[in-house]
Design a protein around this ligand. Structure first.
Ligand code: ADP
Ligand code: MG
Length: 226
């Protein structure tokens, strides 16, 4: 079953066509990887998919709720770790406090942050902040979790801990769409991969198909990682 489907999505900024008719589907339990050069429209696509931005054209069909993990964490700086996680489930989803706190504690334990629930974001490393923001997204019980380059704001030594967390979520069969610059990770974790270039999906298929594609822009893009 398709949890999420976008057809022919277009988006302009100041007359520049940033998305030129993007179509994609996400099935239950699958991990979709999205790769592509900077400026190709990946973040715009995720912002539209998660409702933060409106498309100019095309259709979106969602069979469930979506969550987004940002590149720069986007935690509320004046809220504790715990408050960052429980605020929206209580205020937006109107769920019972006890139940939300219990879930938040489980998520913090899963993220290895049980001892940091009273800390503020500035007291945490980038990797810890990103783990809190993943816990915050999961606390909304999304049917699909979107990640926008979740490790690109992190020092290389902190990247691995986030990739490991995402790998664990994949093994729990959480449906995910992951924009990433970590090519080995994209190849290992994704069931399917889209290569975006200049506002279109230039190549798509299994990791093997995409990474061996002879598409010229794809070869040029992969060349930058060697
Ligand atoms: P990527 O995430 O692949 O690097 P983005 O989706 O961030 O690409 O950006 C695609 C293009 O859209 C870029 O040229 C960028 O400058 C432009 N863009 C993105 N967001 C805005 C915005 N809010 N206003 C104007 N231009 C934007
Ligand atoms: Mg981006």
């Amino acid at each position: 079953m398709s949890l999420f489907e976008m057809k022919n999505i277009t988006k302009n900024f100041d007359g520049q066509e940033v998305l030129k008719g993007i179509s994609l589907t996400v099935d239950q339990g699958e991990v979709l990887g999205i790769i592509g050069p900077s400026g190709s429209g990946k973040s715009t696509l995720l912002r539209i998919a998660t409702g933060l931005e409106k498309a100019d054209g095309g259709t979106i069909e969602k069979n469930g709720s979506v969550g987004l993990v940002f590149q720069n964490f986007n935690l509320f700086p004046h809220y504790s770790v715990m408050k960052n996680i429980v605020d929206a489930p209580i205020k937006v989803q109107k769920r019972k406090k006890d139940e939300v706190y219990e879930q938040a504690r489980k998520l913090l334990a899963q993220m290895g942050l049980s001892d940091r629930e009273d800390a503020y974001p500035f007291q945490l490393s980038g990797g810890q902040q990103q783990r809190v923001s993943i816990a915050r997204a999961l606390a909304m019980n999304p049917d699909i979790l979107f990640f926008d380059e979740p490790t690109s704001a992190l020092d290389p030594e902190l990247t691995g801990e986030i990739l490991k967390v995402i790998q664990e979520l994949a093994s729990e069969h959480i449906t995910m769409v992951i924009v990433t610059h970590e090519m080995a990770f994209a190849k290992a974790i994704s069931d399917r991969i889209l290569f975006m270039d200049q506002g279109v999906v230039a190549v798509q298929g299994s990791p093997e198909e995409v990474f061996s594609s002879q598409n010229a822009r794809m070869r040029e893009f992969l060349g930058k990682f060697h």
